[in-house]
Unconditional design. Structure first.
Length: 351
């Protein structure tokens, strides 16, 4: 499966609605083969007849999915009583993100209260011929597909189509104005810039760039490279590699990554289930508070760190300006799994 890597721009036309389901599929595909439902009893296409249905493929660690949630929450609140329903299809990317308890906790934390079906075996993903997260499929009251949006964006256009479908069934509906774009999503306005950025880094497919240093300790790494390549992962100290992550095995370890972007988020997990502190530095110093991500904390001495207490995406850095930087994560103890890094490079235009 391929994650939707980037914020796609209206002006580039990359988010134009493109209708498409698996060949031969007509109507809303069924949701069989799932691992259960959250926030709802099981639903079928027949149960949804007469409703305007938005099927949202998402993953709770996917930063692009998280950015769509304010709009989904608003639409569900606005139109649920008028015959609109959202079905979230949660298809996991990582082993831990297929755990039902983790998805339930994420639902609560992220205020997702619409029906969510757990697609742990990718059965629904395949039935829709889906190609990434997030991906929204909009169906009318007869179950016909009327719009499909891959990635972030086109929020006003999607909401306008929802309103149009609802009014087609009830012309007398009194509906609110279409929701304005959030400031961080105003990347189609004059003055907006999106710079080239480092590609998403998945530890399952990104080789560790520095070789094992000591054959007596096959999981001991030495980071001796004077210059780090952009988007490459370098380890120091005791780590062990799983099929999807690099997991710290002690203190005095670090993971280094050179990148170019504005924002950096990372999927991290407490491998042993215990909360672990991870110091975070940039260019050899604590992250400046003006450049701190939402999950960053500070000691009284100014040391910047994140507390990895659940398996999720952590917002580490939100630089004021685009640039190249050296990021370093230093777990204080064993048991921190580092799964991925994703980057953002768009600066919104004038408001």
């Amino acid at each position: 499966m391929n994650r939707s890597l980037a914020r796609l721009l209206f002006v580039a036309g990359l988010l134009a609605g493109t209708l498409g389901l698996a060949p031969g599929v007509t109507g809303i595909p069924d949701f069989s083969g799932n691992a259960g439902w959250l926030n709802s009893p099981p639903l079928s296409a027949a149960d949804l007849r007469g409703k305007v249905v938005l099927v949202d493929f998402w993953e709770y660690t996917c930063v692009n999915c998280l950015r769509t949630l304010p709009y989904l929450r608003a639409w569900y609140k606005r139109y649920q009583g008028d015959g609109f329903v959202i079905i979230g299809v949660h298809t996991p990317e990582f082993g831990f993100s297929g755990d039902k308890s983790n998805v339930q906790a994420a639902d609560k934390r992220l205020e997702v209260d619409w029906p969510v079906v757990l697609d742990d075996k990718n059965e629904i993903w395949k039935r829709f011929d889906n190609d990434g997260w997030p991906h929204e499929y909009l169906f009318d009251q007869s179950g016909h597909l009327v719009d499909s949006v891959t990635g972030e964006g086109l929020y006003p256009q999607t909401e306008a189509k929802i309103q149009s479908l609802l009014r087609a069934q009830n012309p007398n509906l009194s509906l609110p104005p279409v929701m304005a774009l959030l400031p961080e999503d105003s990347y189609d306005k004059p003055g907006a810039l999106c710079y080239p950025k480092t590609n998403e880094v998945l530890l399952e497919s990104t080789p560790i760039s520095n070789a094992t240093a000591d054959k007596a300790f096959s999981n001991f790494y030495t980071d001796e490279d004077a210059t780090h390549k952009d988007g490459a992962v370098y380890l120091q100290g005791l780590w062990h590699l799983t099929p999807q992550a690099a997991v710290s095995e002690g203190s005095r370890t670090h993971l280094a990554l050179h990148y170019h972007a504005i924002q950096v988020v990372s999927v991290l997990a407490p491998d042993g289930g215990k909360s672990v502190r991870v110091d975070v530095t940039q260019d050899g110093a604590p992250i400046a508070k003006a450049d701190a991500g939402a999950d960053l904390h500070y000691d009284t001495d100014g040391t910047s760190y994140v507390t990895v207490d659940s398996s999720r995406e952590y917002d580490l850095v939100m630089n004021k300006k685009f640039g190249q930087h050296e990021l370093r994560l230093a777990p204080a103890a064993q048991g921190v799994g580092v799964y991925s890094f994703a980057f953002e490079s768009c600066e919104a235009g004038g408001q």
